[in-house]
Structure formats: C-alpha cells, structure tokens
Design a protein around this ligand. Sequence first.
Ligand SMILES: NC(=O)c1ccc[n+]([C@@H]2O[C@H](COP(=O)([O-])OP(=O)(O)OC[C@H]3O[C@@H](n4cnc5c(N)ncnc54)[C@H](OP(=O)(O)O)[C@@H]3O)[C@@H](O)[C@H]2O)c1
Length: 366
Amino acid sequence: MVNVGCACHLRLNSALVILVFVTTNGYRVGVLGATGAVGSTILEVIAERDFPAAEVVPFASERSAGREIEWNGATLECRPLSPETIQDLDVVLSSAGGAVSAEWAPKLVEAGAVVVDNTSYWRMHEDVPLVVAGVNPDAAAGHKGIVANPNCTTMVMMMALAPIHRAVGLERLVVSTYQAVSGTGQRAIEEMREQSRAILAGEEPPEPQIYPHRIAFNVLPQVEVFKGGDDYTTEERKVMAETRKILDVGDEVAVSATCARVPVVAGHSESVNVRTADDLSPEDCRALLAEAPGVIVVDDPANGAYPMAIDAAGRDEVLVGRVRRDPDEERTLNLWIAGDNLRKGAATNAVQVAELLVERGLLGQN
Ligand SMILES: NC(=O)c1ccc[n+]([C@@H]2O[C@H](COP(=O)([O-])OP(=O)(O)OC[C@H]3O[C@@H](n4cnc5c(N)ncnc54)[C@H](OP(=O)(O)O)[C@@H]3O)[C@@H](O)[C@H]2O)c1
C-alpha cells in the first residue's frame, strides 16, 4: 500500500501551527504477462473498473523489456522479472504461463505480494483457493499468498451453473465446448487470421505453428494436449476437476467434458446437459438465471435470440439461452452458454478477485 501524502504547515502566528495532510491511498499492482492476450485485457479492466491502483507495473519476458504500453493516459514501461523488480508490490495479476507462475508466484509472495494467478499451475493445489467472483468469494479468505483464477471454460460455465446448483443441486453435467482461438493467446489469433487471409485469397495457407492442424475454416476436437496417453485432453480434465473444486463437491456431481476449438476470435460457447437433484422447469431456470449476477438470459429462439460468441465478446456478463428439457431424461435440462474467455473467463475475474482482496482486507497478510 502506498501513501502519497503532502503536508502543509501554515504558521498563522508563532503559537499556532495548522497541519494539513492530504492522503491518497492506492496499491502497487503488478500485471505479469502484460503484453499478452489476457494481460492486456487485465490492464483495460483495471482502468475501466477504477481499481485503486497507486501504480501499475507491467511485466513481460526479457524480449519485451523496455517496451512501452499506453495505459489510461500514461506510458508504462515493461519490466522483466528479477529479484529487484518484484519488490514492494501489493498484488500481482499473473498470466505469463504455468512455468513462469510455478517459478515466480512463490517469489512474489515472499516479496510481499498476493498473486492472482490465471495459469493452470496452482489451481488444484490444496492450499490455493480457486475463486470465481460472484460464485465462491468466501474461498479467497483462506489464501496463503496465491489465489487461482479458474480456466476460462469452467469460469463461463460456473456463472450459469452455480445458481442452479444452489437452488436444486447438480447431479450430472455433460459439457461440449466451442472455444475461441484467443483462449490460446495472441499468436493463435494471428495464426487463424493469416490462414484465413490466404484461403480467402485462393492461396495455400501457412503451415500451423500453434495448433496441430489448420484452424481456419475447421473445427478441432482437441483443446490443449492428450497427456501421458490419456484419452481426455488436459483442458477437458481441467473443466471436470475445477468444476468440482469451485462447487466444493466430490464425485456426487458427475462431469463429462468434450472441448473443441473453433475459428472464432473471442467468446467461448458451451452446450451443457444438466441433470439436477430436484426438478427445475425451463421457466423456473430462466427466472433463476435472470436474477443471477453476471448472467443475462437470451432465450427467444423462434425469433433468433440465443447466446452467440459475437454478442458475448467484449462484455463481462455470461449469456445463457436455449433452455429446454431433455426429451428423454428426467430432471434434465439443456442449456447453451456463451462468455468472453478473455474478460469474465480471465481478466475481469482476476480484477474482481483483487477487488475482493481489497474489500475484505486480504492483502498484505503474507
Ligand atoms: N487466453 C485466455 O482466454 C486465457 C484464459 C484464462 C487463462 N489463460 C492463461 O493465461 C496465461 C497467458 O495466456 P495468454 O492467452 O495471455 O497468452 P499470450 O497472449 O501468449 O501472452 C503470454 C504473456 O506472457 C509473457 N511471458 C512469456 N514468457 C515469459 C517469461 N519467461 N517471463 C515473463 N513473462 C513471460 C509474454 O511476454 P512477451 O510478450 O514478452 O513474450 C506475454 O505477455 C496462460 O497460462 C493461459 O493458460 C488464458
């Protein structure tokens, strides 16, 4: 916490001294991965939400050291991570990849910061809370220096499903996702654009560098990797495990996920088949979600109104629609959900978690 103060001594006569002290409080905020897809969105969201920052310090790799970033009317200079540059930070919003977080989050905590981490590295660690603002904010209280931000696909889904879980209990989820390329980062967006431009010009598209196959005009039933011979991808495993951790449930809630990458720049879409413990009609489900913070019901399919990635992109709310009964299964609904993976799915939630840490006095306790 930085106290920026100014003291004025007004000597009215030799016996009377009036001391005026003006204080502006604010936090030193680090943004790690500031040149990336998530980090640059975090910078935007910090400014939009007027987070109480006395100073914002952008960090990126050595490659970007000295690079200037225009932010909120100021020019910020990117710094590399070093024992010297990480001192005196109150909170760090981190999105520079799992390996960077594995190494640097403990060092940042040791130096006095609380880290809100967007990578997958810390999410399933037992003593690291996994927090969706608006869903399980109380979990943040138990932090030991690191708070994890869930995977973007899980985050978007939780916004719609947590209110249903609280009202009638969830029993089983079958999730199929249609995920935007910005979920893989800045270079993936460029890869899709270059391939698309070439194909539209009637040329041979450049070989894929980021994805295993061409993403332009294609759908890939693979998000991330099949690790160690697993027949689910690491993304699918994250959706299944993180859902249970956020809802604080065990095997009593069954979760099955299939994740696909689609040629969309921003906004993940998800089809979810939801079996509940108690019956919930589509009408009651819509009414419940219409009251849920951060959720907008868009559900008039006959008139072409349903959640679409292009409408979810650029906004913080998650859109839910196509609410209908499963024709054959009892206590089961089908939903279609769309949310911006870079905003609520990553940056907005990270800033909301930082706000939560401020509001609840959870910074500066390491
Ligand atoms: N994209 C999403 O929708 C999303 C959502 C939730 C979570 N995440 C997670 O957030 C992380 C970042 O994702 P992204 O999409 O923003 O990736 P990105 O666009 O590729 O950005 C990566 C950022 O990390 C920085 N970086 C790379 N190596 C570094 C190092 N050794 N030291 C310091 N900084 C380093 C890069 O700096 P340079 O520019 O200098 O290379 C860049 O700022 C990933 O772990 C991802 O899984 C992403």
